[in-house]
Design a protein around this ligand. Sequence first.
Ligand code: KG4
Ligand code: ZN
Length: 335
Amino acid sequence: MSGVHILAIESSCDETSASVISNGRILSNVIYTQKIHEQYGGVVPEHASRLHIRHILPVVQEAMSQSGIALEELNAIAYTQAPGLIGSLIVGSTFAKGLAWSLNIPTLAIHHMKAHVLANLIEKPDIPFPFLCLTVSGGHTQIVQVDSPYELKVIGETIDDAAGEAFDKSAKMLGLPYPGGPLIDHHASNGNPKRFVFAKPQIEGLNFSFSGVKTSILYFLQAELKKDDQFIANNLNDLCASIQYTIVKILITKLKKAVKETGIHTIALAGGVSANKGLRSSLTLEAQKQHWQLHIPSFEYCTDNAAMIAMAAHYAYLNEEFASDEQSANARGSF
Ligand code: KG4
Ligand code: ZN
């Protein structure tokens, strides 16, 4: 097949994923999610690296096979450079470099957060620029102004916990297993979101803060449990609905502020928290009210996946942004 074919690898946290993109079209997106971390209540970096080592080869083989592209037809190999768990990143980057070296083709070092944003172009290649992207995941919360695939600017971000972290930590306080975000969402459907009121930190500008919400929930639960040790069990749905309402309200308030400040009315969403039903319905409602054009990618492209790395790699390749030999995994990186 003629054109530009790129294999992309994502291994920044607890998903081992590989994808093939051909002339800007995703041909495969294979994702292996590590389940071992559930029993520890969070991602254990050492386990994550070991499981990436075990699964990277079969995942890449499956992505290549589904794409119908032969290894010899690849023009480049992309990998997530940053941010992420350093051991996990090293597995993906060294695999990509080794394979690229054996095929005598270049590598592309991709920034994970940039890729989350550009995932919006997978299903909507004609999304109009500029747009604002609300990226909400377990590790990050950002508002990004996207002027083109090459001009992305973080205009707001969390100064402490990420939105997904706020969901997961709140869920832990309620005794729910990790990751608790989807469970809060589930119980919230049958609860009253206005029943309990939690603090919403007032942060200047477009930045977010979620640690105050967490403390407010903790103190509230401690006080109520002293009076009634069955308080959580008896009020689980209302607690989940109220926690979700608080987190979503913080996100939407800042997004509205960003729209006002930039005058940009095209809004996109990225990251695993975008699966949250409360966030989706509030955003949809707000978009109708404020005449925003709203784009929400399929869930497969919202959580960690290699298709988003492939999409970002497609543009990096066109711009000849090839990785140098020294460029390797980097736990933080810059946007
Ligand atoms: O983007 P992601 O898959 O991984 C990274 O963190 O990069 O996001 C995972 C996060 C977790 O914190 C998880 O609890 C949260 O997304 N999440 C949700 C929902 N589904 C996933 N949070 C709230 N409601 C959901 N339905
Ligand atoms: Zn991510």
